[in-house]
Design a binder for this molecule. Structure first.
Ligand SMILES: CC(C)(COP(=O)(O)OP(=O)(O)OC[C@H]1O[C@@H](n2cnc3c(N)ncnc32)[C@H](O)[C@@H]1OP(=O)(O)O)[C@@H](O)C(=O)NCCC(=O)NCCS
Length: 165
């Protein structure tokens, strides 16, 4: 399976909003109640605001055979704000491809550390990538308390051309 990546375009907003909603609805039910998931999904209800948020950060989109299957976004070259993959293509390396590229770009742009407010569902994914738990937190969204974990990872500095490792 070939996963290709490209930067976000404004026309991606509707399909990314659909992937966001489907990923939360179908992949996080073991960790969050129906009410919590609906409140989380509603954060992207206003497609225009959602699209503007993605456009104002570094957002990468993943495609398989021309079909959009996931996305990741990084704010201020330090905070992973979104990472969502279509439920019909999980555990195929889509999130890995997105985060590999994002971490390389962030490193090239001078980031030394990335942080993510990870859902409980995504915690094993980030742990596997070397992100370390900093704190367990909750936030209130539409009268629902949502638990999340703040995790961070130190990035290796870029290797200068010609350097022998
Ligand atoms: C978390 C998420 C982005 C992972 O996407 P994915 O494309 O399936 O991830 P990958 O295939 O790249 O997984 C790479 C590795 O991470 C780990 N991993 C990923 N999902 C996992 C899960 N549900 N449970 C345990 N380990 C998991 C595994 O080690 C996996 O390797 P393996 O499949 O060879 O065992 C996806 O499940 C998702 O969209 N979840 C719902 C939304 C969400 O919570 N987003 C995070 C918001 S911060």
């Amino acid at each position: 399976m070939t996963i290709s990546l490209r930067p976000y375009l404004a026309s991606d907003a509707p399909i990314l909003a659909a992937i966001y909603a489907a990923a939360i609805d179908e992949l996080t039910a073991e960790d969050y109640t129906d009410e919590q998931r609906y409140a989380w999904i509603a954060l992207a209800e206003d497609e225009q605001t959602f699209g503007q948020r993605l456009a104002s950060s570094l957002t990468l989109v993943a495609l398989v055979e021309g079909e959009t299957v996931g996305f990741v976004s990084l704010r201020d070259n330090q905070l992973i704000e979104h990472l969502y993959v279509s439920p019909n293509i999980i555990r195929e390396g889509v999130a890995t491809a997105l985060c590999d590229a994002l971490e390389k770009l962030a490193t090239a742009r001078g980031a030394q550390k990335l942080t993510v407010d990870s859902s409980d569902t995504a915690e094993p994914f980030f742990k596997e990538r070397g992100y370390v738990l900093q704190s367990r937190n909750t936030r209130i969204v539409d009268e629902q308390w949502l638990a999340y974990m703040t995790m961070s990872k130190d990035l290796s500095p870029p290797v200068a051309p010609g350097t022998v490792q």
